[in-house]
Write a protein that binds this ligand. Structure first.
Ligand SMILES: CC(=O)N[C@H]1[C@@H](OP(=O)(O)OP(=O)(O)OC[C@H]2O[C@@H](n3ccc(=O)[nH]c3=O)[C@H](O)[C@@H]2O)O[C@H](CO)[C@@H](O)[C@@H]1O
Ligand SMILES: C=C(OP(=O)(O)O)C(=O)O
Length: 443
């Protein structure tokens, strides 16, 4: 078992490079399934566990994948099966994004029910409603979903009951090879949807309106592999913006796109954080006391749910009482209990957390209960008194490239240690003792 140990109290300084967006690259790799000619070359694919999983899902379908130097090459000319391996799909919710591409390309897809962070029930009814509207027959088996269509999917008008990111992406990919025109109404507007549409259009698709609530897809008969560079990760960028503010430091967040971060920038400015926009990124510094603010998560362009826990960490050090309301996922306050272990004062009332800022945070043993909760605990630990030990790192590894090394390079006192069993010989003790070994830093 690995842990991150942070000794709080250090100022940070310097530049941090933002990697490609996890939530953009996963659907883009899934969309590569659609390319029946040529090869796709996807640049700025971040080295994350989730990227390795989606690559393996494609490999298990018989697709050729090569992943080197943050570039994924996908040759999907031949596909051997329409069934995605259960072991891989259960590891990551985004694996379900292969359903739309497989169904439209092969006429059939069989996928296990997806896993993912335990932040809510996360149904897939809107994805299935879209496929059915396009003529697919859906069968729900024990632990899997099978979809079939005779001939090609047919374009349809699909109104999403919730502006789901995944459903918009899955339906957009399925519709790209459907016969006729598909309209997605109440579509999600996230930048990752736009990135996916740009990639699909580079493959030969005809998609307009991505980034608005109405997306029009004119189906084509064939798509080919294409080159694409993934957008920078707005959630990773937002996390480092908060690292700058919470430690009262001055950081340059290289590659951050201000337009993708409007709600985060404006909330931080409302708190008194300085954010300066530059064509190469954002400079963020905090040189005055921080004010409490209220935050409500919403679909884009609202405040992102994936930044809620990190923002809560920042509100813990602000003067006054803040309200954080989570409207996207019904179970995304698991970090509250962990923050409380660090001496934070938070009360949860339904979907709202009431945060009494200004309590001195104390180092503690805490656990990352999901990906962003893990990042938020690291942020709080940067300013806590004493040492904080964070476990549950498999969550953090899904979405942050070298977070320990990046923060250490900026000046944080942070290290990752792995728990190993070391055999001592008879003379020493005659027993196995666990020790913590510091992993070699990439810094
Ligand atoms: C890999 C990826 O891109 N993950 C992101 C994606 O997840 P994901 O695509 O799973 O999130 P959705 O936008 O689909 O979910 C939003 C809300 O819609 C509900 N819903 C969704 C689908 C459906 O068929 N029925 C339904 O009711 C969900 O339960 C949730 O309450 O968007 C979320 C919301 O910005 C982010 O937190 C995740 O980081
Ligand atoms: C919830 C997240 O990811 P996923 O949808 O892959 O679980 C996230 O990126 O914060």
């Amino acid at each position: 078992m690995s842990k991150i140990i942070v000794r709080g109290g250090k100022k940070l300084a310097g530049r941090v490079r933002i990697h490609g967006a996890k939530n953009a690259v996963l659907p883009i790799i899934a969309a590569s399934i659609l390319g029946s000619e040529g090869v796709s070359v996807i640049h700025d694919a971040p080295p994350l566990d989730d990227v390795l999983v989606i690559n393996k899902v494609l490999e298990s379908l018989g697709i050729e994948i090569e992943y080197k130097n943050e570039t994924v090459r996908v040759n999907a000319q031949r596909i051997h099966t329409y069934e995605a391996s259960h072991d891989l799909v259960r590891k990551m919710r985004a694996s379900f994004l292969v359903m739309g591409p497989l169904l439209t390309r092969m006429g059939q897809a069989r996928i296990s029910l997806p896993g993912g962070c335990a932040i809510g029930t996360r149904p897939i009814d809107q994805h299935l409603k879209g496929f059915e509207a396009m003529g697919a027959e859906i069968e729900l088996g024990q632990g899997y979903i099978e979809a079939r269509v005779k001939g090609r999917l047919k374009g349809a008008k699909i109104y999403l009951d919730v502006a789901s990111v995944g459903a918009t992406e899955n339906i957009m990919m399925a519709a790209a090879l459907a016969e006729g025109t598909t309209l997605i109404e109440n579509a999600a507007k996230e930048p990752e949807i736009v990135d996916l549409a740009n990639y699909l259009n580079a493959m030969g698709a005809k998609i307009r309106g991505a980034g608005t609530g109405l997306i029009r897809i004119d189906g084509v008969e064939q798509l080919s592999g294409a080159a694409h560079t993934v957008i920078p990760d707005r959630i990773e960028a937002g996390t480092y913006m908060i690292a700058a503010a919470i430690t009262r430091s001055d950081l340059f967040i290289e590659g951050a796109i201000a337009d993708h971060l409007r709600p985060v920038i404006s909330k931080m400015q409302e708190m008194g954080v300085q954010v300066l926009e530059d064509e190469n990124g954002l400079r963020v510094y905090a040189d005055r006391p921080l004010r409490a603010v209220d935050v409500k998560t919403l679909p884009y362009p609202g405040f992102p749910t994936d930044m809620q826990s990190q923002m809560m960490a920042l509100l813990l050090v602000a003067d006054g009482t803040s309200l954080v309301t989570e409207t996207v996922f019904e179970n995304r306050f698991m970090h509250v209990e962990q923050f409380t272990n660090m001496n934070a004062q938070i009360k949860v009332e339904g979907r709202t957390a009431v945060i009494s800022g200004g309590n001195r945070l104390r180092g503690a043993k805490v656990c990352a209960t999901d990906l962003r909760a893990g990042a938020a605990l690291i942020l709080a630990a940067l300013v806590a008194d004493g040492d904080t030990e964070i476990s549950g790192l498999h969550h953090i590894d899904r979405g942050y490239v070298e977070i320990t090394e990046k923060l250490a390079r900026l000046g944080a006192d942070i290290q990752r240690v792995s728990h190993e069993i070391v055999e001592l010989d008879d003379e020493e003790q005659g027993a196995s003792l666990p020790i913590f070994a510091v992993q070699p830093s990439m810094a």
